[in-house]
Design a protein around this ligand. Structure first.
Ligand code: HEC
Ligand code: HEC
Ligand code: HEC
Ligand code: HEC
Length: 156
């Protein structure tokens, strides 16, 4: 073969060899298609365990019942029943061991996340009953007048 054909050929072969060597050192041993078919595609087998061991930070409201039953009962019978306690108090993780207590935010911003009127009528978020922040008792915390665990207005 002519030299001008051989030289690029060697270059290409060298590049392929380099890629294979790099791959050998960089790709973890357990990377591949595990199990039948391509259901999960290529993945690291050890990654499955890593996600199994991943610590879930949120516990859900039933977890609170053991120690804050009154709050759970109250909230379950109100229009706030769909909201998780941890939405307002933060993740419980190993509370009451770690953290020993959860945050209490009495600022208006906490409530305005959901109750500030939005100018987007087609957005489902706009269906939540809303107030005008500047008009609705602007200088007072919402929880001075509304119980966050049962904000329902009295009937009648
Ligand atoms: C095993 C019992 C236990 C469980 C379960 C538990 N808590 Fe607590 N909680 C405590 C204790 C103890 C304190 C600290 C003492 C106190 O302030 O009442 C506390 C404090 C708090 C406080 C602060 C109270 C304050 O007056 O400063 C909040 C808010 C709170 N917990 C919310 C929750 C929520 C939400 C959950 C469920 C995700 C939960 N707790 C689950 C025992 C528990
Ligand atoms: C919409 C936000 C919101 C949700 C949802 C919510 N809380 Fe609260 N929580 C507050 C606020 C604000 C305060 C402070 C109330 C105050 O100062 O009057 C508070 C206070 C508390 C306190 C301590 C003060 C007290 O009144 O004894 C506990 C304990 C508590 N919440 C537990 C819970 C539990 C359990 C749930 C779920 C069933 C829950 N909260 C759901 C906003 C919320
Ligand atoms: C000074 C007391 C007071 C404060 C502070 C207050 N509210 Fe109210 N709010 C009321 C009263 C009273 C009503 C019922 C009368 C009415 O419908 O206007 C009401 C009604 C509402 C309603 C129902 C509106 C409707 O159209 O039916 C929502 C939602 C609401 N408030 C949210 C909030 C939020 C969120 C905050 C804090 C950003 C807040 N409120 C602060 C007294 C208060
Ligand atoms: C995560 C979203 C969310 C947060 C945060 C939130 N709310 Fe609500 N709130 C709702 C939903 C949803 C309803 C029920 C609305 C409906 O049925 O149209 C509601 C209803 C209400 C009502 C009307 C009750 C009635 O009988 O008409 C008031 C008042 C209220 N919330 C006050 C508050 C206050 C005060 C806070 C802050 C402590 C707060 N909300 C935080 C979602 C939220």
């Amino acid at each position: 073969m002519k030299n001008h054909l051989l030289r690029p050929l060697w270059c290409i072969l060298a590049a392929i060899a380099l890629i294979l060597i790099a791959r050998h050192f960089m790709v973890p041993d357990d990377f591949g298609v595990h199990g039948k078919g391509f259901t999960y595609g290529f993945h690291r087998l050890s990654n499955v365990k890593e996600w199994q061991d991943f610590k879930v930070k949120y516990r859900g409201r039933e977890y609170c019942r053991e120690c804050h039953e009154e709050k759970v009962e109250k909230s379950n019978s109100s229009r706030h029943r769909a909201i998780q306690c941890e939405n307002c108090h933060g993740p419980a993780v190993d509370h009451p061991d770690d953290p020993e207590t959860l945050a209490i935010d009495t600022g208006r911003g906490l409530c305005l996340r959901c109750h500030a009127a939005l100018p987007y009528p087609d957005n489902p978020r706009s269906q939540i009953i809303s107030i005008d922040n500047a008009e609705h008792n602007p200088d007072t915390d919402c929880s001075e007048c509304h119980d966050p665990h049962n904000p329902d207005r009295e009937e009648g």
